[in-house]
Design a protein around this ligand. Structure first.
Ligand code: SF4
Length: 392
């Protein structure tokens, strides 16, 4: 079987107020790092064997903060994974944060065959960073971006966020100009969301964040659109809701998610999905989010969930229509023995009439992507209405 592999590193130097990824606070060189890498490699060996995964086209080490593993930790992890997987994946991405990414870390990544680094910048604007408890100093960013562009020229991605407190259009523009001066191959531009249960959502709910400090909804939308336009004017193509790339620099690993192709998730809270194209069904496996238990036990606690035909079809729409080319037509037909046009004809026609669907393919236009949620609501309603019980 062919599957991409995602590894979760659940450690951060602190906790950003807007973040809902699973992580625990940890300092560099903490002795728990070595035990964690041992356990990840053991899980990798076990799960690759159980899933009969023999081809790994892409490997993504995310978190949390993988650069907290340090040069020796990331080197050991990458060498161990390469030994497990046989052939080296064509794309290997490692996420990093500026305060824990240094030249030794990047050199080890180069030597181990890493093809992309993804750096969490979010914003240069110090009041915005402080207002959401962003870890690290904005003043460090130019030096770290210079290092990255020297060692991984155009082979790195930068994360930015719009809609932060104290942001306006000129600050978004400045953030983008600062980043583009280092010529990343790829930029992810996220609109801030108040994820339930995060400290930022709680502050907003209790009015701890004053009205006027967090941009209102319309203003936040305008900020993201201003950022999108600035990236496109600079030659970065929007190829997914939040992702922009120079030609040839799209993230192949993330495209696997948007096409709902097999991937395996390793580490606490990581989730993977295997698709059965013969039956049009899938299986989701999610590790419990408990790093201490994960390291202490030999067998993970994995929550398993069957994705029936209707659920998988809806997920294929959910993920596929995020992508600028839409869901892969041939993969869809092979998986469900139906065409996309046969499943949601009314939705496609209605959105095409609105000018928000590409004329020649089943994909939302760049403007249509701004209305992904109402589009999906229409598509789900139609597919639920149309699928008969015997289709399950
Ligand atoms: S560093 Fe990244 S993963 Fe860690 S808390 Fe901040 S946003 Fe979340």
């Amino acid at each position: 079987m062919t599957a991409g592999v995602y590894l979760h590193v659940p450690f951060c130097a602190g906790a950003c107020d807007y973040c809902d990824f699973y992580s625990i606070p940890l300092k560099p060189q903490d002795k728990r790092i070595a035990a964690y890498i041992d356990r990840l490699l053991a899980e990798g060996e076990q799960r690759l064997g159980e899933g009969k995964v023999t081809q790994i086209p892409s490997l993504y080490i995310g978190g949390g903060t993988p650069s907290l593993l340090g040069a020796s930790g990331i080197g050991r992890l990458l060498r161990g994974l390469t030994a497990l997987g046989g052939q080296r994946p064509g794309e290997i991405t490692v996420e990093a944060n500026p305060e824990s990414m240094d030249a030794a870390f990047l050199r080890t990544c180069q030597d181990a065959g890493v093809t992309r680094i993804s750096l969490g910048v979010q914003s240069f604007h110090e009041p915005s960073r402080r207002a959401v408890g962003r870890i690290g100093e904005g003043a460090l960013l130019p030096e770290r971006l210079r290092l990255l562009s020297d060692m991984f020229p155009r082979a790195f991605s930068v994360d930015l966020i719009t809609g932060l407190p104290f942001q306006d259009a000129s600050i978004v523009q400045q953030d983008i100009e600062h980043v583009l001066a280092f010529e990343p191959g790829h930029v992810s531009l996220y609109a801030l969301t108040l994820e339930p249960g995060t400290p930022l959502a709680e502050k907003a709910r209790t009015a701890g964040v004053r009205p006027g400090v967090l941009p209102g909804r319309d203003e936040a939308d305008c900020l993201w659109i201003a950022g999108r336009d600035a990236l496109e004017q600079a030659g970065y193509e929007q190829y997914e809701v939040s992702n922009f790339a120079l030609p040839g620099k799209r993230s192949l690993h993330n495209i696997r998610y948007w096409r709902m192709e097999n991937w395996l998730g390793l580490g606490p809270s990581a989730s993977g999905t295997f698709i059965n194209d013969e039956l049009g069904t899938g299986r989701r496996m999610t590790n419990t989010a408990d790093v201490d238990n994960y390291v202490a036990s030999e067998k993970n606690q994995v929550l398993e969930e069957d994705l029936d035909r209707l659920t998988l079809m809806k997920e294929t729409f959910l993920m596929g229509f995020r992508y600028i080319d839409g869901p892969d037509t041939e993969v869809f037909r092979k998986r469900f023995r139906l065409s996309i046009a046969a499943c949601i004809p009314e939705t496609l026609a209605a959105w095409r009439n609105k000018g928000l669907m590409e004329p020649e393919k089943n994909a939302l236009t760049r403007e249509g992507l701004l209305f992904l949620d109402p589009f999906l609501l229409d598509a789900f309603t139609e597919v639920e209405r149309g699928i008969k019980i015997e289709d399950y």
